[in-house]
Design a protein around this ligand. Structure first.
Ligand SMILES: NC(=O)c1ccc[n+]([C@@H]2O[C@H](COP(=O)([O-])OP(=O)(O)OC[C@H]3O[C@@H](n4cnc5c(N)ncnc54)[C@H](O)[C@@H]3O)[C@@H](O)[C@H]2O)c1
Ligand SMILES: O=C(O)C[C@H](O)C(=O)O
Length: 389
């Protein structure tokens, strides 16, 4: 135990980066954090500084970034850190970025909904995305600023107008919902939290957050009442923190942790690491066609019963709760009828490699799915309308 701790401390203490990072196989990657001096921005900057996949870390805010950058920059890990402050330096902060993480904007106070942040944050996000379109149009964007259900559609519209929209590279960060669902489930089911997986789908506000505890692993025989309570606690997790902080903001530390996990997954995907799957709020159309055929289905026409048997076996495994059963198939090619939706996403060299479906839902989850759609639809439309006004 002690030696593994020492080993990891030693790893962190290696001389840095472009300046001497030992692994030849790790490509250079620039990450920019916009809103880097904030409650989320500072611990997120720290966690990204600890990430060996990052070679350059750009910390941008409208105030206080010189101090944050000087502080974080003294940590002896791979990346070179630079601070940028004010609109004049935004372009420089963004240039050559592979991943841009946006936690810029105001947080909630008790009694507010995330949608109450729209009036201020929509404008901030719109301006920042215009700059992204100009200075790093090919970057992956991780949107943290609330209301995510509207800020992601705003970003999409800004990029469309600029002619730079790539639906595979725009992500609403919903990882904190997954982090919470895992924590709460592990506590209730009395299982090792490190082994827990729970997909969380839908959006990132109240009832639009839909944890799929029926798909949680390791399996636990929880009563319906327990599942209902876990679902409600996950949906209200943000409010729980806002109330506990009593006017001093919303989740920052757990969000920085979640944001760092998601950015790390994006970097791994970019670097070609296989099978990187995270939940995220993305454009959920797989193709522009309502139905889409695939290799294996064509194969089944040729090879008849053999391929058919493989596919039926995969379906049975899925029904039985075997995790990560993935096959090509001719299916309706959107997750729901909504243009954006959080679901499991496979990340790759181009961002979204594959939007995975919802999988089998319990009756309770199916009910939750139908209930969330009108609210999520309205939030998406609000964002689109704002961006095009
Ligand atoms: N997606 C999620 O799960 C999740 C979780 C927690 C918080 N949030 C959201 O993240 C946002 C930030 O929360 P916080 O607690 O860090 O807030 P904060 O007020 O502590 O920090 C926000 C930072 O953004 C900066 N900022 C404001 N306008 C900017 C601009 N135009 N360009 C660059 N930076 C700008 C501020 O100067 C500040 O440093 C909020 O909207 C909050 O609701 C989302
Ligand atoms: O709840 C909030 O306002 C912040 C964030 O969206 C969260 O889920 O913690």
């Amino acid at each position: 135990m002690r030696s593994s701790v020492l080993r990891s401390v030693k790893t962190l203490a290696k001389p840095a980066g472009a300046r001497g990072y030992s692994s030849e196989s790790v490509p250079d990657r620039k990450v920019a954090v916009l809103g880097a001096a904030g409650g989320i921005g500072q611990p997120l900057a720290l966690l990204m500084k600890l990430n060996p996949l990052v070679s350059r870390l750009a910390l941008y805010d409208i105030a206080n970034t010189p101090g944050v950058a000087a502080d974080v920059g003294h940590i002896n890990t791979r990346s070179e850190v630079a601070g940028y402050m004010g609109n004049d330096q935004l372009g420089q902060a963004l240039e050559d970025s592979d991943v841009v993480i946006i936690p810029a904007g105001v947080p909630r106070k008790p009694g507010m909904t995330r949608d109450d942040l729209f009036n201020i944050n929509a404008g901030i996000v719109k301006d920042l995305c215009s700059a992204i379109a100009k200075y790093c149009p090919n970057a992956i964007v991780n949107m943290i600023s609330n209301p995510v259900n509207s800020t992601v559609p705003i970003a999409a519209e800004v990029f469309k107008k600029a002619g730079t929209y790539n639906e595979k590279k725009l992500f609403g960060v919903t990882t904190l919902d997954v982090v919470r669902a895992k924590t709460f489930y592990a506590g209730k089911a009395n299982v090792n939290v490190a082994e827990v997986n729970v997909p969380v789908v839908g959006g990132h506000a109240g009832i639009t957050i839909l944890p799929l505890f029926s798909q949680a692993t390791p399996k636990a025989n929880l009563a319906d009442e327990d599942i209902k309570a876990l679902t409600k606690r996950t949906q209200d997790g943000g409010t729980e923190v806002v109330e506990a902080k009593a006017g001093k903001g919303s989740a920052t530390l757990s969000m920085a942790y979640a944001g760092a996990i998601f950015a790390d997954a994006c970097l791994k995907g970019l670097n070609g690491v296989p099978d990187v799957v995270e939940c995220s709020f993305v454009q959920s159309t797989v193709t522009e066609l309502p139905f889409f055929a695939s290799k294996l289905v064509l194969l089944s026409l040729l090879c008849g019963s053999y391929a058919g048997a493989i596919f039926a076996d995969a379906c049975l495994k899925g029904l039985n709760g075997v995790p990560d059963v993935v096959e090509c198939s001719f299916v309706q090619s959107t997750v729901t009828e909504l243009p954006f939706f959080a679901s499991k996403v496979r990340l790759g060299k181009n961002g979204v490699e594959e939007v995975l479906g919802l999988g089998p839902l319990s009756d309770f989850e199916q009910e939750g799915l139908e209930k969330l759609k009108p609210e999520l639809k309205a939030s998406i439309e609000k964002g689109v309308k704002f961006a095009n006004a």
